[in-house]
Design a protein. Structure first.
Length: 570
């Protein structure tokens, strides 16, 4: 009996060897049945749409919803703002802008995550059984996002390795291209994407349109010095009939005080479906939708730490303010605007709508009824000198963080009614950190400013001033004379119009202006009792106009040399 089984086993083993010798590669091929791979998860149209959805999610995650030290790496450390919550650690370029810093590494990885996701789609969608019309749109979206990733990589790091195909095996032989070659790759991607994408009035809210791709292409052409192409491309966007600057009041809050500029930022007004024809691209957010990225925490990061302010009147010291929906909810002032943003850029033009009380709030009434100062104005009546001007008190840039806080976060009394302050504001819980709304990635106003920049590149100050004045006219600001227009005036106008909307670090690095303007405007601050707060302007060096290549990328790239940017040591 044992002999029979032994003989049968040998026969089966021989048969297996025979089968393997017939097609060894097929026999050894792995067929994962319990995990997702590119082969079995990118098959149907819905599979590819899910992959494209990831591309839409990643920029918002990177810009609005990031956590850790990199949460404001694209904003603070510039002429826009500084980190007021962790001044000593995060406002020193010699400590943060180094090749081994996690902020540098994380941003590099996030940007290449966008590039690699786009490559996965572009490599595989050609063979997918999807209608050509749908396939073309998805291809156009993937090309746009790859260009978006390479544009940011080029702006921040200079020339980087170009990867245009799906990577299916480990590689340690990456070589940097030039900055111009990186921009050219983004330009080529966008030129291919534009005819594949739908017009902005034919796509859903939040989707990339032909006009958004043209906007980004105009910027890339400026970076390549092709100013004529940048002007014509930006003009294609500006002249498209379905887009325009919103010059009058509109939207969901017409029954509330406001103006044309503040209406742009109110809940329900961000998308084109609200009647907003200025939006080119908005990141979408749905409250309590588990498929939606969590609401951005910009109020928490950018508003003053007002709930920590105390006022002393006589021998009574109490907290001055409560957490309220009208003040943006809970905040900790992770990033604070520079004095240049709060005061400097507005000098000489009090008529500018963008500094109206609906857009920048510079005073509140003391609302604690236990204080003898109850009902007095915190700033106008002189109590603000009791608060630290670093982190505790500075004007609220409300347009960028305002949003209706859901009633789920209202504090309620024993009868279930919302608790109100003496001045009618809704008291909210400490969990009310977010703005609970969609967020702009791009508005038409920026397209005008890009075209002005291209005109400046051709030394045409009259045309540049005309575009800038179109934006200023909506704000009822005094027109600028062409003789005053230079790149620094334009950068100030971007601050006035875009505040926190633009990734300021990306813009300044693109123009080689990070060092100059950070030194000039991001200065040493003096707090209470003469306390000195050092900011990035005192530590930034000339070579910081480009970020360092992450040391981890250089170290693991053992089969080729990954050059470091000048000035940095690994």
């Amino acid at each position: 009996m044992k002999t029979i089984f032994r003989t049968a086993g040998m026969f089966m083993l021989a048969a297996l060897f025979a089968l393997a010798s017939c097609d060894e590669n097929k026999f050894l091929e792995e067929k994962p049945l319990a995990i997702y791979t590119a082969e079995n998860s990118l098959v149907t149209a819905s599979d590819f749409q899910a992959a494209v959805n990831i591309l839409y999610k990643r920029p918002g995650d990177m810009i609005f919803y990031s956590t850790g030290d990199d949460m404001f790496s694209l904003f603070h450390g510039t002429d826009l703002g500084f980190c007021s919550a962790d001044v000593a650690r995060l406002n020193t370029y010699s400590a943060t802008m180094i090749p081994s810093n996690g902020m540098v590494r994380d941003l590099w990885n996030k940007l290449y995550g966008i590039v690699n996701q786009a490559n996965l789609i572009l490599t595989r969608i050609g063979n997918a059984d999807i209608p050509d019309a749908d396939k073309n749109v998805m291809r156009g979206e993937a090309l746009f996002f790859r260009a978006f990733g390479y544009r940011m990589l080029a702006n921040l790091f200079g020339g980087v390795p170009l990867v245009t195909e799906e990577i299916t095996a480990p590689r340690r032989d990456f070589v940097r291209t030039t900055r111009e070659e990186t921009y050219t790759q983004a330009k080529n991607d966008l030129e291919e994407a534009v005819p594949l994408l739908g017009n902005i009035d034919a796509v859903k809210d939040g989707k990339i349109s032909k006009q958004m791709a043209q906007h980004l292409l105009a910027e890339i052409c400026i970076s390549l010095g092709d100013y004529d192409r940048a002007i014509s491309t930006a003009t294609d966007v500006i002249d498209y009939p379905a887009v325009q600057l919103m010059t009058g009041r509109f939207g969901t809050k017409l029954d509330q005080p406001g103006d044309a500029y503040s209406d742009l930022f109110k809940t329900g007004n961000i998308n084109r479906s609200s009647g907003n024809r200025e939006t080119l691209w908005a990141v979408q957010y749905d409250y309590l939708n588990p498929a939606s990225t969590g609401g951005d925490m910009w109020p928490w990061k950018m508003n003053p730490f007002y709930q920590n302010i105390t006022v002393t009147e006589g021998d009574v010291t109490v907290t001055a303010f409560q957490l309220t929906a009208e003040k943006g909810g809970r905040s900790v002032a992770w990033m604070q605007p520079t004095l240049h943003v709060i005061y400097g850029i507005w000098e000489g033009d009090a008529s500018d709508m963008r500094i109206s009380e609906h857009n920048i709030i510079r005073d509140f009434r003391i609302e604690n009824e236990a204080s003898p100062a109850f009902g007095k104005w915190f700033v106008a009546d002189g109590y603000s000198v009791q608060a630290d001007p670093v982190r505790q008190w500075f004007p609220f840039v409300m347009t960028k963080v305002m949003g209706d806080i859901p009633e789920d976060f209202y504090v309620r009394d024993a009868n279930g009614s919302p608790v109100l302050t003496a001045f009618g504001e809704h008291v909210v819980t400490a969990s009310a950190n977010n703005s609970f709304r969609d967020q702009y990635m791009c508005r038409l106003a920026e397209t005008y400013l890009l075209r002005a920049e291209a005109h400046l590149g051709k030394n045409d100050r009259n045309a540049a001033a005309a575009d800038i004045n179109t934006v200023r006219a909506r704000a009822q600001a005094a027109p600028v004379d062409p003789s005053e227009v230079d790149i620094d005036y334009l950068l100030d106008e971007r601050l006035r119009e875009l505040y926190y909307e633009e990734m300021r670090m990306v813009t300044l690095c693109r123009l080689g202006k990070l060092v100059d303007r950070t030194r000039k405007y991001n200065v040493t601050y003096t707090g209470l009792a003469g306390r000195i707060y050092e900011s990035t302007g005192t530590s930034i060096q000339d070579y910081h106009n480009l970020w360092p290549i992450p040391f981890a990328e250089i170290e693991r790239n053992i089969d080729a040399v990954m050059e470091q940017n000048p000035g940095y040591t690994n």
